[in-house]
Design a protein around this ligand. Structure first.
Ligand SMILES: CC(C)(COP(=O)(O)OP(=O)(O)OC[C@H]1O[C@@H](n2cnc3c(N)ncnc32)[C@H](O)[C@@H]1OP(=O)(O)O)[C@@H](O)C(=O)NCCC(=O)NCCS
Length: 277
């Protein structure tokens, strides 16, 4: 078995791994994840049997899409993939979201559980009450020349500096909106195609009401569509989503190896994805 750097030629086999797990990723989702980061693949007799992707976002890095094919599990492949990724990420503070199956492996590698994220989704969005902006607030499309500013806001929420991700969202997101308050940007959110339908995230702003205003705006017009939002279990958005018919379906464990980030005035109410955070 060899561990090799992942490239586009591995994408079909990697996508097949998530399909076997009934994870929702489209091939495009894999492609975007790899384009924004790096990965390692486990190859045995010419066949891809495992993957681990990681993203360097400044001082912090995130890891995800850690998968070993059913038939190859329990033989140390997951550990070797992770150890290769950890060696490449030396010096970074690390964050990931663990499935029940992955948690034991990550604990053995020094990751510590600090909380949970919650996955909310609905197959067909029902019409619902929307939260309107206040008189001092204004919603509008984000502009490309605001990418640096939006990346700064995001880094205050979770410590990750992701200008390349923000820039890519101008091309890939269906909608990319900002919430202005007293004429300055108080937060932003994206509506993207992902998995079985649409995903909303990142969602970055100061408080829960602002998050509801941003999400409400992006839900407008999505009645009948599959919608998914991954959010921090402690931030309070989950209860409102559930009351809006977007139910919780999973709660992966939030784990850090290194210093957990303390938010500085901004919060991440929605993740880009469970893998990228
Ligand atoms: C999680 C996963 C990647 C582990 O890969 P693997 O190749 O089977 O794991 P390994 O054989 O390398 O095991 C590594 C270590 O973790 C331990 N471990 C693995 N799964 C475990 C579990 N569910 N609970 C506790 N410990 C576990 C093993 O005992 C082993 O310990 P050791 O090295 O001290 O002997 C694999 O089970 C998988 O693909 N699962 C489905 C997808 C998934 O949930 N991925 C995690 C996403 S966050």
């Amino acid at each position: 078995m060899n561990i090799v750097p992942m490239n586009d030629r591995h994408l079909d086999a990697a996508w097949a791994l998530t399909q076997q797990l009934k994870w929702p990723h489209r091939r495009e989702d894999w492609q975007q994840a790899l384009a924004l980061g790096e990965g390692v693949a486990a190859i045995e007799n010419g066949e891809l049997i495992g993957t681990t992707l990681y993203w360097r976002w400044g001082d912090y890095a995130t890891l995800g899409l850690v998968i070993v094919a059913d038939k190859a599990q329990g033989k140390g492949v997951g550990r070797q993939l992770m150890q290769t990724a950890l060696a490449a990420l030396e010096g970074h503070q690390l964050r990931l979201h663990a499935t029940e199956m992955g948690k034991g492996l990550y604990e053995k590698l020094g990751f510590v559980a600090t909380g949970a994220i919650v996955q909310h989704q609905c197959r067909e969005l029902a019409p619902g009450e929307r939260v309107a902006p206040e008189a001092s607030q204004n919603l509008r499309d984000a502009r490309r020349d605001e990418a640096t500013l939006l990346s700064e806001l995001e880094s205050k929420a979770h410590g990750q500096r992701r200008p390349a991700l923000i820039t890519s969202l101008f091309d890939s997101a269906e909608r990319f909106i900002v919430l202005e308050e007293q004429d300055s940007i108080a937060g932003f959110a994206c509506l993207r195609r992902f998995g079985h339908g649409f995903a909303i995230g990142p969602i970055i702003c100061r408080d829960l009401r602002q998050a509801k205003v941003l999400v409400s705006e992006l839900l407008t017009g999505l009645e009948g569509e599959f919608v998914r939002i991954d959010t921090d279990s402690a931030c309070g958005l989950g209860n409102w989503l559930a009351a809006s018919g977007i139910a919780q379906v999973d709660a992966p464990v939030l784990m850090y190896k290194g210093e957990p980030w303390q938010p500085q005035g901004m919060q991440a109410f929605g993740l880009m994805s469970q893998a990228m955070a």
